[in-house]
Design a protein around this ligand. Structure first.
Ligand code: PLP
Ligand code: SF4
Length: 349
């Protein structure tokens, strides 16, 4: 099997190169490409079936990215919430630690579009050192989330040594890795990687699939290796206009993930990140989709639909409103729309 680094070297990095594979007006995309990085590796490129299909939209620059006058570069105020560069401390007991600036593909809707894949995201040995030092000093930090960029872009050796350093901090209980690589470059997940990760339990991985067509045999194989290493797998999907913003597509995605032993964890409302406004749906649409899903498919396949509040105010679950009245007894509609009630203690049945 070709080494994953070799595969990455053959990525498409410009609209002109992409024009060798698809028939479209590539000059219209040059300006966008100059503003935000593009990388489509041969594996993900092979999943795109046609211009503007749901996989194309996730990977290929769109002139609309430069037409976004609504959104802002850093809507989650991550830079303000960073006590040291590339470490975000928003919630008291957990931190988000950005350990690489690179990804196996640059997603057009990326929340950290302002810096991921660009020299603006300076991850150095010093910034990693400063992050580890901060975690050591702040003993209320129970959980460390590794993100980036994509942490699985690090070599096994580098990632292993980083995990060892974090594991050596007694106050850290759980390590979580956020990675899109099982979806975008599943051949990166090797037996060796799984064996190495297994030495750092309790370790959780949240991956990121957005469309059922991403659930390929290779992706299944990657998730199997990780799950067999005892790593609980979750998925953070983003609700994206023109990609997955309907109940039918998401139902297929979530049930497919469950078969791959990946538990849908969050479905995110799009962040207000500059260059991504054309992907944003109305929150009402997401809530209606959740109403269609809850009860009709396995509860195991249902993620929490949430938005990340602007300004770093935290994640807010957005749940369909079932409760009609709660004064005497709780009355609500069930998943079929049938009116039901539940007596509070003391109420006669
Ligand atoms: C999302 C996020 C977390 C993790 O939140 P969970 O609800 O525990 O998944 C932690 N820190 C930051 C800065 C985040 O944005
Ligand atoms: S893999 Fe994640 S961090 Fe990387 S570009 Fe995609 S969304 Fe952004």
């Amino acid at each position: 099997m070709t080494h994953w680094k070799k595969i990455l070297q053959n990525s498409v990095n410009s609209p002109t190169e992409l024009a060798h594979h698809f028939d479209f007006n590539c000059s219209a995309l040059e300006a966008t490409n100059a503003s935000f990085p593009m990388r489509i590796n041969p594996y993900y490129l092979g999943l795109i079936q046609s211009v503007n299909d749901p996989l194309w939209r996730q990977a290929v620059p769109d002139p609309l990215e430069l037409n976004d006058f609504v959104c802002i570069p850093d809507p989650l105020a991550e830079e303000d919430l960073s006590p040291v560069p590339n470490l975000v401390h928003k919630y008291p007991d957990r931190v988000l630690f950005l350990v690489t600036s690179e990804c196996a593909m640059y997603c057009r809707f990326c929340t950290r579009k302002r810096k991921v894949g660009t020299p603006k995201m300076a991850i150095t040995e010093e910034s990693i050192e400063a992050g580890i030092h901060y975690i050591q000093k702040n003993k209320e930090i129970r959980e460390v989330l590794l993100s980036g960029g994509d942490p699985l872009m690090l070599s096994d050796r580098k990632l292993d040594s980083l995990l060892c350093r974090i594991r050596a901090i007694p106050s850290v209980e759980v390590i979580r890795i956020g990675t899109r690589i099982p979806c975008t470059l599943p051949m990166r997940v090797t037996k060796e990687l799984a064996t190495m990760l297994k030495r750092h339990h309790p370790l959780y991985i949240n991956t990121h699939f957005n469309h059922p067509r991403e659930l390929t045999p290779q992706a299944t194989e990657a998730c199997t290796l990780l799950a067999d290493a005892g790593i609980p797998l979750g998925c953070q999907t983003v609700l994206l206009k023109g990609v997955n913003d309907n109940a039918e597509t998401l139902k297929k995605l979530f049930l497919g993930l469950l078969r791959m032993r990946v538990k849908p964890y969050y479905l995110f409302q799009g962040d207000l990140t500059r260059g991504t406004n054309h992907f944003r749906t109305h929150t009402r649409d997401g809530i209606e989709i959740m109403r269609d899903l809850i009860g009709t498919i396995s509860g195991m396949a249902i993620p929490t639909f949430a938005l990340d509040a602007p300004g770093g105010k935290g994640k807010i679950p957005l749940t369909p409103d079932y409760i009609l009245n709660s004064t005497e007894q709780l009355t609500f509609h069930n998943y079929q729309g049938v009116l039901c009630s539940y007596p509070e203690s003391g109420d006669p049945l």
